[in-house]
Design a protein around this ligand. Sequence first.
Ligand code: F3S
Length: 272
Amino acid sequence: MKVEVSKNSGFCFGVKRAVDMVLKIQGKSNTIGPLIHNPQVVEDLRKRGIIPVEKVDDIDSSTVILRAHGVSKNIIDELNKKGLKIVDLTCPFVKKVQDYAISLEKQGYFILVIGDKNHPEVEAIVSHLENVTVIAGVEDVSNIGPHDKIGVVVQTTQTAKLFEDTIKELKKVYKEIKICNTICNATAERQEEAVELAKKSDIMIIVGGKNSANTRSLDKLCSAIVETHLIENIGALRKEWFKGKKQVGISAGASTPQHLIDSIEERIKNDF
Ligand code: F3S
């Protein structure tokens, strides 16, 4: 059985930056929500004294870390009011989406964010704006309502296809549209490579947190091509999946650590 790992799998630039920087922080600190969407990494960090909390009132250290996906403006305001030391590890590409949207709103555009309205990245973008709505895709376009000028940004981890299809639909309805394609290249590259690997594989294993949007996107894209399993850890692998399979493909979300990908590759090669 041949096992191939997709070239671009595991930590993306923003996640690697956040994890590298967080490891330099001395002493106890808190993150609002998990630093990145990977349960194993979050547990490792907890052991080092970096404790995720649900809300500002739960903070019990003097240093607060802002996660890679960004944090809502009202939370940042609360942290500042409490006089806490803020270490901002928001990915620069996520920050860029916020900046584009703020700038377009200042120019009089009504902002559309294409993405998952419950995702922390989208919540953070929306928190900086007043004239804004979130749409999941083509199906929501007819509910937006009339606007003279619309400015469009997109959650960094959405697929190019969803973005293009939605823009096509928006152009049928609105005359003046300013479009910022803020999909992160790391996501697009990862998706393209995973799809190519899925096409030549008998089975795909996607490694990553089930709470990670980009991991779920990989799962969805590959599932449309071949039998695909999304797993968070090595214990989730099942021997029977590999019966009669000749080519196994592995891809991983942007918040999946390399050591986890390596150990899963080794287990499949040696034990199945
Ligand atoms: Fe940043 Fe792109 Fe990763 S937006 S957190 S580098 S997926």
